[in-house]
Design a protein around this ligand. Structure first.
Ligand SMILES: [Cu+2]
Length: 329
């Protein structure tokens, strides 16, 4: 009887502590140094912040359940040990009330967690009202980006400096390479403040397009088209980095993702220029003689040779382009 009343008192104390800690978490959630580095990023989209908040909510629920269960367990083991003459309280064995309580409480906790989780999942899957659609195709080992109905398509692969440094016996110190293994030749360019829809697929094996700052990680599976979307905060222009998140073969670790988020105006200008370049490049051979000349970072280095049909072949023939733009986030 005494054990039961003690348990109830301590359970109430833990519940009060849980509530207090849950209220404290938003301040801690903003940490971006020290222990905060171990946590997932809050990202630069409304959705990524919602995912982060959900993650923190579930995290603290789990932490406090663990503390309550292990706390009561350890305290009971020490307080009621045989060496101090404790006698087992058998009133709780096969006790119907207790059975009901410890079945109902976890069910209530699970339902309480399922509600915000389902709400967030539904939002993640809501690809309606998008303004721009980009088809993302994973290749061994790189990404092809198609701006649907915009006449722009290009291949994005590991930048040449990283590629050179990673070769066995290259003699190049990776520490001296800017964003070693995290840079690409042609970043995906998108506008900020616009809901962008991605159609993600794979051309050979399963890949996964993952950019943590957007809260997007979507598998690219051959024969399937998966949807994802993001809407970058209007004031969060800059470069965002990601990687393939599905073990896809030998060079899986060498197919990074770089997204160049620009203002709507800059993006429109870039898209127009890129479309024009690619239109010229795909014109009859006589008209393409100038298209393969070294191009600036924003220019289209692909499709200069009509005979190169696969994205990889086109990418290999393209001029190296290095990201010169400073990161702004
Ligand atoms: Cu991959």
């Amino acid at each position: 009887m005494m054990l039961r009343s003690n348990c109830v008192r301590r359970a109430a104390l833990f519940a009060a502590l849980m509530t207090a800690m849950l209220l404290q978490t938003p301040a801690e959630a903003e940490q971006v140094s020290g222990w905060g580095l171990l946590n997932m990023t809050q990202g630069v989209t409304d959705m990524s912040r919602k995912i982060y908040d959900l993650h923190m909510l579930i995290f603290w629920v789990c932490v406090w359940i663990a503390l309550a269960v292990f706390g009561v367990m350890i305290w009971s083991i020490v307080r009621y040990r045989k060496s101090v003459g404790a006698v087992a309280d058998t009133t709780m064995v096969h006790n119907t009330k207790v059975e009901i309580v410890w079945t109902a409480v976890p069910v209530v906790i699970l339902i309480a967690m399922a509600v915000p989780a389902a709400k967030t999942l539904v939002e993640i899957e809501d690809t309606t009202r998008t303004e721009l659609t980009i088809k993302v195709t994973g290749f061994q080992w790189g990404w092809n980006y198609d701006y649907l109905d915009k006449g722009v398509s290009f291949f994005s692969r590991l930048d040449r400096n990283s590629d050179a440094a990673r070769q066995l016996g290259s003699g190049i110190d990776p520490h001296g390479v800017d964003h070693y293994l995290l840079n690409v030749d042609n970043p995906l360019v998108v506008p900020v403040g616009v809901k962008v829809r991605l159609l993600v697929t794979g051309a050979d094996v399963i890949h996964s397009w993952w950019v943590p700052a957007f809260g997007v990680k979507k598998d690219g599976i051959p024969g399937f088209v998966n949807e994802a979307w993001f809407n970058i905060d209007a004031d969060k222009k800059g470069l965002y980095r990601g990687q393939c998140a599905e073990l896809c073969g030998r060079d899986h670790g060498f197919m990074p993702i770089v997204v160049d988020a620009r203002s709507k105006e800059d993006f429109d200008a870039w898209l127009k220029e890129k479309a024009e370049q690619q239109k010229q490049a795909s014109a009859p051979a006589s008209a393409t003689s100038t298209a393969s000349a070294p191009s600036p970072a924003s220019a289209a280095p692909i499709a200069s040779a009509p005979a190169l049909t696969t994205p990889i072949a086109r990418a290999r023939a393209s001029a190296p382009v290095t990201l010169a733009k400073a990161e702004t986030h």
